[in-house]
Design a protein around this ligand. Sequence first.
Ligand code: ZN
Length: 423
Amino acid sequence: MSKIDRRRGYWNREKETMSHAARERYQANWLAPLIEMAWAKAPGVRRRLERAGLGPRDLRGPDDLARLPVIKKSEMPDLQKADPPFGGFCTAPMHEVRRVFISPGPIFEPMGPEISAWHAETCLYAGGFRPGDIVLDTFLYHLVPAAHELDEALNLIGCTAVPTGVGNVDTQVTVATALRATGYVGTPSFLMTIVQRAKEMGVGRLPLEVAQVGAEPLPESLRNQLENEHGIMTRQGFGTADLGLIAYECAEKSGMHLVDDAVVQVCDPQSGEPLPHGQIGELVATVHNPTYPMIRFGTGDLTIIDDARCACGRTAARMLGWRGRADEVTKVRGMFIHPRQVDEVVARVSGVARYQVVVGRDAHQDSLTLRVELTADAQAATVTPKLEAAIRDVMKLRGTIAVVSAGAIPDGSKKIQDERKWD
Ligand SMILES: [Zn+2]
């Protein structure tokens, strides 16, 4: 298998490279009938629209969706209890449901009769999977959907799935070797466990060439090790049990392209209003899944969307990773900031020992001050302008740097200290 090119090509060139206008038309073409069908067959969706004073014809395209309030994942257990088992969000009768998955809550998710409701083929292909790959599917096969949905997507692109599930590390090594498995899907940490165990068992390098990982963060240090030391092209996707896969990395690994069968918006976590691209906000998605059409579903996850062109040729905007939970944000001059962004600012500049952001208010204006303790060898005059630039770049805000003496930022202090008084 080593001769095949895993970095080039598309699962569906026409869709993946369409223009912005064509993508809007494509999405409107599935969205309008989806809403009409949900109105007719999913009383839970109908109740949400009615409560917002909307009918199915009011939501014709992606831009109309903002009229419908966001539904929070945290509301699902109660909604499902009130109208069991799916809260009135399933459009299919139970005898057409192939599987019922169970997320903590509990939240029940139906897998309908249609194939490819998770839209994972595009993601797997962009991540380097090719027809003929033999793939260990190491996600959990009980309760949750990822293993089953990816299994189906692997078959659709012509791969052979080996449902090994999670755990049994020695068996994974033995199976990978015996079947000459070229692919892996699962968590990145478990992949590392398997390749290290292979070394301990004296098997040496496994035949694995490509991996699609998810369900936990992928640190770049771990990816580098998997790619450089073990020769495994490693890409990640983002999805949830409710929504399916909504974003995936291409060969460029510079953010995750949004799938065309989801309308993904980054929204103000408080009001639900869509925010311009480039701002941090809550990921709210509407997915083209006829059986379980989640519409304006707020995941509670924070992210940023970048619509700059990608060198791979795909035209879909990219989400720039997971940036924390929506309940940890602080709003400064109309922009949300998150503790992880503070870490990102400081990580770009060397010479900072400890740091804390203080949000204040002077003359009815929010102020943002980054307090820093410097390392012994660092010069304030060098570090300060770099930090100011990093704040502008990462947070899209202007901030002031205050260099403080060693020990001025106490242990255990909050990364973002909000000192604004609202009186
Ligand atoms: Zn790309």
